[in-house]
Design a protein. Structure first.
Length: 394
């Protein structure tokens, strides 16, 4: 059961090294990891001890049957830097693309009725709300350190690529389920023996904290020109430093849990409406907390059109925080200072900036046929055998 990916010199030159697919993708993978009986309980045990799947997440977890990564929402939504962008992309996924992906998953892992209901017209907001709840519980408290870990992994791989070339980079990935035998990269996955031709696309290497112990290969059959992604376990994911009690705990002791959650939610800049969604509070409560924090000099707010944008006070800009915070507010608005406030009627309430519909993706899951991705949460083992790995370049 091996996928053999064939590289030409042109394909090697097209290898991409990405930092992360974003917080929504990590949230989906985290929820799937918690539901997978094939993953050892010792994996990310420090994190497991601090999080819990809740009933509010059921519309999401219904799409993630135990034993696999579930419906490939990360490929459907694409790489999104913020949770707001990811949720908006999830709203924008065409129903027919979601159904094709669900049908593919259902062939090997039966989806419940609630999962199919999420594809019905008018039900998508329930799914995005469940994803938002999962993000707040599973990922948000740790996201700054997760993001730093993933960017460090990207930097390491980029240095290898620049200094030693693509062959050495692929050789550096070798492990129980990955082997580089120039010019073929072998990946042990359930689903049979497959010879994969890249057709000039290259491949993107993406680290993940929550992908589990094994790699996961994703391809978008709706756009055969899109670069496939090989999602790899981050080297530092098992380190306890990612999961140590965060500064948010001390902050909560100082200003209260709700206000601490509000401050953390404002970190990337947001409107008061989005703040209410992120923190799980009413709009009135969000406005009240923002007013108190603004009065204490911890945040600044700025009105733009019909929205109130919030940003953290930046004490390092030498101007009382207004310039730095205004920049954060501008990022929340999806533009530069003074730019028009362009909105779309399908946008998540409070999420500003022009709508960016990406070509939705459907991963091939390791569930049979031309399946790529879902093998990562099944039984482990060295699917590539015990032959010595090639270490040469291209």
């Amino acid at each position: 059961m091996v996928w053999r990916i064939h590289f030409s010199e042109d394909h090697l030159a097209r290898i991409q090294v990405s930092p992360t697919m974003g917080p929504l993708a990590e949230t989906v993978l985290a929820a799937a990891l918690l539901r997978s009986p094939g993953q050892p309980r010792a994996l990310l045990s420090e994190w497991r001890g601090q999080v819990l799947l809740t009933p509010r997440m059921r519309p999401l977890t219904a799409l993630l049957p135990p034993g696999c990564h579930g419906v490939d929402l990360p490929t459907l939504t694409g790489e999104k830097a913020t949770i707001g962008q990811g949720l908006q992309a999830l709203l924008d996924v065409p129903r027919e693309h979601l159904l094709v992906e669900m049908e593919h998953t259902d062939r090997r892992h039966r989806l419940p009725a609630l999962a199919w209901a999420m594809a019905e017209p008018g039900r998508r907001p329930e799914l995005t709300e469940a994803a938002q709840a999962a993000y707040r519980e599973l990922v948000q408290p740790f996201w700054p350190r997760i993001r730093a870990c993933l960017h460090a992994e990207q930097a390491t791989r980029r240095r290898t690529l620049a200094r030693a070339g693509p062959g050495a980079l692929l050789a550096s990935l070798q492990g129980p389920r990955i082997r580089w035998r120039p010019p073929v990269l072998e990946i042990g996955m359930p689903g049979g023996h497959v010879e994969m031709e890249l057709g000039g696309r290259g491949i993107a290497l993406v680290p993940s904290v929550f992908v589990g112990k094994d790699p996961s290969l994703h391809e978008n059959p709706n756009d055969m020109d899109e670069t496939p992604r090989l999602i790899l376990p981050a080297a530092d994911a098992r380190g306890g430093r990612l999961w140590a009690a965060s500064r948010g705990s001390a902050l909560a002791a100082l200003v209260g849990r709700n206000r601490a959650a509000v401050l953390q939610s404002i970190a990337d800049g947001c409107t008061t409406t989005e703040l209410a969604r992120r923190a799980g509070i009413s709009l009135a409560a969000a406005s009240q907390h923002a007013a108190v924090l603004r009065g204490a000099g911890l945040i600044v707010t700025r009105r733009q059109g019909g929205a109130v944008l919030c940003g953290l006070h930046d004490a390092t800009d030498g101007k009382g925080g207004s310039a730095g915070a205004a920049h954060v507010c501008d990022r929340a608005a999806g533009g530069t200072r003074g730019s028009p406030d362009r909105r779309d009627h399908r946008r998540i309430p409070g999420t500003a900036g022009p709508q960016g519909r990406t070509a939705p993706g459907l991963d091939r899951h390791g569930c049979g046929g031309r399946d790529l991705h879902r093998g990562g949460h099944g039984a482990a083992g060295d699917l590539l055998g015990s032959a010595p790995a090639a270490a040469g370049g291209a």
